[in-house]
Design a protein around this ligand. Structure first.
Ligand code: FBP
Length: 552
């Protein structure tokens, strides 16, 4: 393998464990806390999880290890989108498992949950695992988006576990994957398979967090990567003074990534989907909000700026989501074929005009032609518009351009408006994990093994007190059912971990809100620079502004 100097150096990096996990496996004891209840819908969740509901919160401490000796054969699965640090979760499980006994075995099921169903796996050894220490990516075993959710799948999973003598499965995933981990744990317990299930909180989107889980791993590195790039663009923009940059950042739904990048870089504009929904902002209102900043700056001779647009924004605009619903209906079933058979865009446009309500057509009609066509081209396997593929950075920059043209004609806007567009997503998902993510992920994995050794199932590996140095982090576990409530999904009531959206009364948003008017018109950019892996702790080990504000 050809190694870059940084990769070689990162192999040598020793991730920092929480103090209580540092003395070796034989000196880790468990302290059980209070019994837990789900965050809502307690009776319903209890009825659905009779074997795993209401278990106790647990914390590890320094002390004699009292776990019953047992050979552990653990299977690990990476589920969903990549997030920096996933490799270190696997390394943490492996190191703890081998430290407990050289007889223990770690299986890696390949390419996501489907690897467990297809019995497609590898067995880790030192040589293999050492090539992935402190590196980004999920290529150690691959990932996938197959959902483990049906009885038939659980039966297959139980058979595969039995075949290999697997004692526990660790699922590394987001809110949906960990919801499914809880359902699988309950199934295994109800069927007395003896297989435990532990989850680990992953997603760059930052929307798997609650009073127990301070943040999902990967959010730190991904937002630092995007913030570096945004800072570089801000500096370019402030040097050349000729472009407005519209930058879309990943985050399927919640705007945590956009907000964190804004806190790091102080751009002129950052839209927050949750605020747009709360204020029921229309497309015209959002356009005017951006155009006002461009106009004020332009009239002072500042014909440049940076606007951050969250990937999930359009779903939060009420009139846009109504339009999307109507389009999904309009093309349901065989109507897609009818639409596709129309000879040209003009004919399709008439079909759309006839099929939409007047309100939705009015929204459709103000969209730039490219976006209009995208809405009808990019469909998912269920025939729905793929909202995440909409180029919202181009959508808003075009609408702002049109608005500015009107203002120019009216004589209120005197500036020039040149646009550049960017989308930052995949650039950040497999970056070398920051020291924070390298340490946090390794700790989550190590801790997951401790939960297994002590016989817990249906728990999420929990490491908290994260704004403090790693020595002071607190390791333990939380029953996944504690984080659940009932939500309507695909027309059915389902027990799910609640997705965390940006809280508009939370400290990160409040800080942003208090400063954004100044940032909009002034040039207040901050340049975070590249992630630093070596150097003083205050440069290398700091986590996100979001976490600092939330916990500070
Ligand atoms: P997870 O929730 O599985 O971690 O994935 C999140 C994400 O990275 C989103 O930010 C993005 O919208 C999506 O995955 C992209 O998915 P894909 O990798 O399938 O293109």
């Amino acid at each position: 393998m050809n190694l870059s100097p940084l990769q070689k150096a990162r192999y040598e990096y020793t991730p920092k464990l929480p103090g209580m996990l540092r003395n070796g496996i034989q000196d880790i004891c468990v302290k059980e806390g209070a019994e837990t209840e789900s965050v809502a819908d307690q009776e319903k969740i209890k009825a659905l999880f009779p074997n795993t509901y209401g278990k106790k919160e647990i914390t590890f401490e320094k002390g004699e290890n009292t776990a019953a000796p047992k050979k552990q054969v653990v299977g690990v699965i990476l589920s969903g989108g990549q997030a920096p640090g996933g490799h270190n979760v696997v390394c943490g499980i492996y190191d703890a498992l081998k430290a407990a006994s050289a007889e223990n075995v770690l299986y890696g099921f390949k390419n996501g949950p489907s690897g467990l169903l297809d019995d497609d796996y590898l067995i880790f050894d030192d040589q293999y695992i050492n090539e992935y220490r402190n590196t980004g990516g999920f290529d150690i075993i691959g990932s996938g988006r197959t959902k483990l959710e049906t009885e038939a799948q659980f039966e297959v999973a139980a058979e595969v576990c039995k075949k290999h003598g697997i004692t526990a499965i660790v699922i590394i995933g987001g809110d949906d994957s960990n919801t499914n981990a809880a359902v699988l744990a309950e199934y295994f317990a109800a069927h007395e398979t003896g297989v435990q299930v532990i989850g680990c909180p992953k997603t760059i989107d930052g929307d798997l967090k609650n009073e127990d889980i301070e943040c999902s791993f990967g959010f730190d590195t991904a937002t630092k990567t995007y913030s570096e790039l945004i800072g570089n663009i801000e500096r370019d923009s402030n040097s050349a003074k000729k472009y407005w940059h519209f930058i879309k950042v990943m985050g399927r739904s919640a705007s945590h990534v956009a907000l964190e990048c804004a806190l790091e870089t102080q751009p002129n504009i950052c839209l927050i989907g949750e605020e747009v929904a709360e204020k029921k902002m229309s497309i015209a209102e959002i356009t005017n909000y951006i155009a006002d900043a461009v106009e004020k700056r332009g009239n002072q001779g500042l014909n440049f700026g940076v606007a951050i647009i969250p990937e999930g924004i359009v779903e939060f605009v009420p009139e846009f989501s109504a339009l999307i619903k109507e389009i999904n209906e309009l093309l349901a079933g065989s109507k897609t074929e009818e639409f596709n058979a129309l000879p040209d865009w003009a004919a399709k446009y008439e079909f759309i005009k006839k099929g939409l309500t007047a309100e939705s057509f009015a929204v459709f009609d103000i969209l730039p032609a490219g976006i209009q066509q995208q809405l009808f081209l990019e469909r998912d396997p269920h025939g729905n518009v793929q909202v995440s593929l909409i180029e919202s950075e181009k959508l808003f920059s075009e609408l702002v351009k049109n608005e500015l043209a009107k203002r120019k004609a009216a004589g209120t806007y005197k500036g020039k408006f040149g646009q550049q567009h960017h989308f930052f997503g995949y650039e950040g998902r497999c970056a070398f994990p920051s020291n924070f993510d390298a340490d946090y992920c390794y700790s989550l994995g190590y801790n997951a093994f401790m939960l297994i050794q002590y016989g817990y199932t249906g728990y999420l590996s929990k490491v908290s007190n994260l704004v403090k140095p790693a020595e002071e982090w607190v390791a333990g576990g939380m029953p996944i059912t504690k984080m659940m409530n009932i939500e309507r999904r695909n027309g059915e009531d389902k027990p799910v971990i609640r997705k965390a959206l940006v809280e508009l009364d939370g400290k990160p948003f409040k800080y942003f809100e208090a400063h954004r008017d100044e940032w909009a018109v002034g040039t207040c950019f901050t340049y975070p620079g590249a992630i630093q892996y070596y150097g003083p702790a205050e440069v290398c080990d700091i986590t996100t502004r979001t976490l600092a504000l939330e916990k500070g």
